[in-house]
Design a protein around this ligand. Structure first.
Ligand SMILES: [Zn+2]
Ligand SMILES: [Zn+2]
Length: 152
């Protein structure tokens, strides 16, 4: 899905974040940002590294790892641990609140939105006094394709 904002807008967010953190504006960081902007969706560091290399963008694995961590701290990526020790990133700048379905067989990730979850969130806040700042709901299971394969 194409983002509904210009690349320059998200680039400015990163520039401001780098300034606040006193970090340099290296061209690699913006090449990685542009690639994420164009591809969207969910990805892990290794997938992104391979995609960048295939595009002819010469970055080290360490740079990719560091940059994804940095972008997460800048608030434009959200990290998910669908399995332990493996981070999946979501390009979440201006993204609508959504939840995930995770296939335990093939690792496929899908998204869903359900407004009823916001009602539950409000009720839980009232009930417990917690201020919810982040919501992450994951339904784990077996995707339709994997169910079919298992049956065959
Ligand atoms: Zn997502
Ligand atoms: Zn599957």
């Amino acid at each position: 899905m194409k983002p509904n904002f210009d690349f320059e807008e998200v680039k400015q967010v990163v520039i401001d974040c780098l300034r606040k953190k006193g970090l340099r504006r290296t061209p690699e960081r913006f090449q990685i940002l542009r690639h994420i902007y164009e591809r969207g969706g969910h990805f892990d560091a290794d997938t992104l590294y391979v995609e960048l290399r295939n595009k002819g963008i010469n970055v080290s694995r360490a740079t990719v790892y560091n940059t994804l961590d940095l972008f997460t701290k800048c608030g434009i990526l959200t990290s998910h641990f669908f399995t332990p020790h493996h981070i999946v990133y979501d390009f979440s700048y201006k993204a609508k609140q959504h939840e995930h379905l995770y296939c335990e067989v093939c690792g496929k990730i899908e998204e869903f939105c359900d407004p009823r979850l916001s009602i539950i969130e409000e009720d839980v806040q009232k009930l417990t006094g917690f201020k919810v700042t982040k919501r992450s709901v994951v339904f784990r299971g077996i995707c339709p394709e994997c169910q079919r394969k298992i049956k065959d």
